[in-house]
Design a protein around this ligand. Sequence first.
Ligand SMILES: *[C@@H]1O[C@H](CO)[C@@H](O)[C@H](O)[C@H]1NC(C)=O
Ligand SMILES: *[C@@H]1O[C@H](CO)[C@@H](O)[C@H](O)[C@H]1NC(C)=O
Length: 292
Amino acid sequence: MASKGRFYPRGSSRKSSSSTLLFSVLAICSFFVLILLAYVTLSIPKTSSDSPKAHEVNSILHHTSTVERREDIEERADQWVEVISWEPRAVIYHNFLSPDECNHLINLATPHMEKSTVVDNETGKSKDSRVRTSSGTFLARGLDETVTAIEKRIADFTFLPLENGEGLQVLHYEVGQKYEPHYDYFLDQFNAKNGGQRMATVLMYLSDVEEGGETVFPAAKGNISAVSWWNELSECGKEGLSVKPKMGDALLFWSMRPDASLDSSSLHGGCPVIKGNKWSSTKWIHVEEYMV
Ligand SMILES: *[C@@H]1O[C@H](CO)[C@@H](O)[C@H](O)[C@H]1NC(C)=O
Ligand SMILES: *[C@@H]1O[C@H](CO)[C@@H](O)[C@H](O)[C@H]1NC(C)=O
């Protein structure tokens, strides 16, 4: 009985070990089937969608434009990013704003335009100056849905928090008006109190300019005549690396190097408008949160 008693458990353990084996084989098979399925599912979109070129930064664009397209059916022109200089670090984001957004910013600003001032580098106060002859106004951060959408896009584009930005400044230059070369970073202690030093600037062109009005970087390193628009530049524009204003384009440049030291090659100015009108909008972005 004792041996029989031992026999039965052995038999049942043999049965259970063969069913365990069967179960394991099934489990392994279904595991491989699942892996195969996962592989097939994941590889379909890779092959069917054309992968964006790295310099197009389509991953950002796709995200922002699909979100926006729901409300605004307006067709957006091709967007692409063009690196124009490493010293200073500067890139153009083509068709960053739609024509409607450009006109909206101009309309918001028009009733409030005042003669532009500059920051006194010793007192930190605003002052009138012959080096800056445009007129302009600030739009409060988050003023309306369009302004907020643009500010979010700037944060996506620069990888800098929306809260670090000042309100958008809208500027208008008529024939002969200009902004002499200057730095966007502060040389005084007074202005850096809110948000710390200015780190980057996003300059958006809200209009085309027939002639002149370029943004010029007179201290840029590299071959300034290598830009494809060299022959269209004014005399002032040929004094450095220049960007021709084009409605909807945004120019991002950094006042600081990646190690947070001030970059003196970021010296820049607005060339006199020779023909037409220039509307632009500037977002200054600080190293820390800018209180409004
Ligand atoms: C302020 O600017 C003037 C003229 O550009 C310059 O001579 C002076 O050294 C500057 N002062 C400071 C504190 O940077
Ligand atoms: C600068 O670029 C222009 C246009 O591509 C070229 O013709 C010229 O030789 C370049 N100059 C230098 C110094 O590399």
